[in-house]
Design a protein. Structure first.
Length: 241
């Protein structure tokens, strides 16, 4: 069962075409790594999936929602999709727990006591059980990113999108965030992750999609990283390692 389908998706910003007919799909429980050089359209593709951008043509289906349909209720789509960016976007004036309970209480109308229990569960999952009452500025970058992942998990999404979530972190803190993502992958979460961590992608991804100049240039299992079919992927992989 496909959780995310992009079918011939085109997207331009003004005169600049960024997605030239992108197609890929992710099945339930699959981990997809979306890779490619800076500017190849990875973030735009992810943003279209959550309709942070509207596409010009083609089709996107996410958990049964027709994403490009102007009549789609965005709230319903966004209940099913969790998205985590490079910048953590935690509210600085709220504690970690308050950051996490905000969505369940305000969007899902969950009672506060239940939301606190959910916060405690997701914080344990990301290894921050002892940070519920801390403020974001009291946490390291890696801890803030894990709190941002916990906040997303608290909404119980059906698919998680990660856009270079470790790019702002130094290598020591990168590992702790990647471990959380790996655990999530092992727990069966469907996910699309944009990443430059090739070894990580090779280890945990079921499927690699390589974008080049706004197109899917090559896709397949993790073995394509070791045996690229195209010179573009070969160059990309050799630059990243
Ligand atoms: P990637 O994530 O692979 O680095 P992006 O999707 O961020 O690529 O960007 C692809 C291209 O689209 C880039 O040339 C970028 O400058 C352009 N772009 C992205 N967002 C916008 C926007 N909101 N307005 C205009 N151009 C944009
Ligand atoms: Mg990007």
């Amino acid at each position: 069962m496909s959780i995310v389908v992009l079918d011939n998706v085109k997207k331009s910003f003004g005169a600049v075409t960024v997605l030239h007919g992108v197609s890929f799909s992710v099945e339930k429980g699959q981990v997809m790594a979306l890779i490619g050089a800076s500017g190849s359209g990875k973030s735009t593709a992810l943003r279209c999936i959550d309709r942070l951008e509207q596409i010009d043509s083609g089709r996107i289906e996410v958990c049964g929602h027709q994403v490009a349909d102007p009549a789609l209720e965005l709230r319903k789509l966004r209940l099913d999709v969790g998205i985590v960016f490079q910048s953590y976007n935690l509210f600085p004036h709220l504690t970690v727990e308050q950051n996490i309970t905000l969505g369940p209480v305000s969007v899902k109308r969950m009672p506060k006591s239940e939301a606190r229990q959910v916060a405690s569960d997701v914080l344990a999952k990301v290894g921050l059980a002892d940070k519920a009452s801390a403020y974001p500025e009291q946490l390291s970058g890696g801890q803030q990113q894990r709190a941002a992942i916990a906040r997303s998990l608290a909404m119980q999404p059906k698919v998680m999108l990660f856009d270079e979530v470790t790019s702002a972190l130094d290598p020591k803190l990168t590992g702790e965030v990647l471990r959380v993502i790996e655990q999530l992958a092992n727990s069966g979460m469907t996910m699309i992750m944009v990443t430059h961590e090739m070894n990580f992608a090779r280890r945990i991804a079921d499927k690699i999609v390589f974008m080049h100049e706004g197109k899917v240039h090559e896709q397949g299992g993790p073995e394509i990283l070791s045996a690229p079919a195209t010179p573009e992927l070969r160059d990309f992989v050799s630059n990243e390692l």
